[in-house]
Design a protein around this ligand. Structure first.
Ligand SMILES: *Cc1c(COP(=O)(O)O)cnc(C)c1O
Length: 348
């Protein structure tokens, strides 16, 4: 095994309902830890999956119909759409194509931990910059081969200043990957920056579309960039089921938009409630970053005992000790979370 990889921490996903039910002997557990869509995907996608039987055939290498649908959805040419297995898969392809050992990869902390993991796997030199008091990026590095910008940022929920991102794009010598996993939850998107040849904008079906289990992601970029990326895409990056589900989801945008409206409404409700008991930050995504007077880890544990799973930020380098992240759930789940947090904070 490569000795230089032993230092990579295990990727810690949000704990599962089953884990917590077993550990604490609970019957009802509310999971608000992985930024999933609590309403699920469109029933039309489920129906298509039920009907699908051609599992003995390989999927298309580069699913054209899905690519055209995505192109229509984002408003760019199909030749600019690159599809892979989740946005995670897209990100890995970008690293594979661009990052040689010793190249500089730049991103601001705290952010999505996979950028750092990929940097280590591809032997990059990590340049981890700081953020201002509202978690906006304030630095970049001209020399960076790859700059990764997460907007809205996971775990802090804020979007980046478009003028500053444009400055980065115009001044770096390398490439810029803009991770818009949460694009559907904000009007403040940076997608139009793909008009620059060094920019890729990544999106996913995992969050707003409620299809995290199907593993489908994509990025928009210059057609030449897409062609180059296809060389490092695995032979069959997405399953036939993912292709079908993705097309069905894009045929029923109204479902996604309806659930996003509810989530945004409840995000504001949660923010107002949280303001009475903790320090939530304004969010443009489907989760909230919250600071308290207590250690984040102990809050998370106490909430779990009460049957509410939120996300500790120990895996997020640069996050404060007293912070956690909570996904916006259904109304009754949010209420259960607030009630549990009130208990935990008051009993302290
Ligand atoms: C969830 C998430 C991803 C991963 O998306 P998948 O399509 O499920 O791989 C990528 N980036 C950010 C910022 C995320 O929060």
């Amino acid at each position: 095994m490569r000795s230089d990889l032993s230092g990579i921490p295990d990727y810690v996903p949000g704990k599962s309902e089953e884990d917590i039910k077993k550990t604490y002997g609970l019957e009802r557990v509310v999971k608000l830890a992985s930024n999933e869509n609590p309403y699920g995907c469109t029933p039309k996608a489920l129906e298509v999956l039920r009907q699908f039987s051609k599992l003995n055939s390989y999927p298309p290498k580069d699913p054209e119909e899905l690519r055209e649908r995505i192109a229509g959805y984002v408003g760019f040419d199909p030749e600019m759409v690159f599809i892979s297995s989740g946005l995670d898969g897209v990100l890995e392809c970008a690293f594979k194509l661009l990052v040689e050992p010793g190249d500089e990869v730049c991103f601001a902390l705290p952010t999505f931990p996979y950028y750092s993991i990929l940097s280590k796997i591809y032997r990059a030199r990590e340049n981890k910059t700081e953020r201002d008091s509202e978690f906006r990026m304030v630095n970049y590095s001209k020399k960076a081969k790859l700059t990764v910008i997460c907007s809205p940022n996971n775990p802090t929920g804020n979007v980046e200043n478009p003028d500053f991102v444009k400055e980065i794009v115009e001044n770096v010598n390398g490439y810029v990957f803009i991770d818009e996993a949460y694009a559907e939850f904000t009007e403040k998107n940076l997608t139009e920056l793909v008009e620059y040849e060094n920019v890729m904008v990544g999106r996913t079906f995992s969050k707003a579309f409620g299809l995290a289990g199907i593993r489908l992601g994509y990025a928009v970029m210059h057609p030449d960039m897409r062609k180059a990326l296809m060389k490092v895409n695995p032979p069959f990056p997405v399953s036939s089921l993912a292709v079908k589900a993705g097309i069905a989801a894009l045929e029923d945008l109204e479902w996604m938009r309806k659930t996003v409206r509810m989530i945004k409404r409840d995000r504001e409700w949660l923010f107002r409630k949280l303001k009475n008991i903790a320090r939530p930050f304004k969010s443009e995504a489907n989760f909230l970053y919250v600071e308290t007077e207590m250690d984040g880890k102990s809050i998370v544990e106490k909430l779990e005992k009460k049957g509410v799973i939120v996300r500790a930020l120990s895996g997020f380098e640069g996050a404060r000790e007293n912070a956690f992240r909570v996904s916006v759930g259904k109304r009754e789940e949010n209420e259960a979370f607030i009630k549990a947090l009130e208990d935990v904070v008051c009993l302290q």
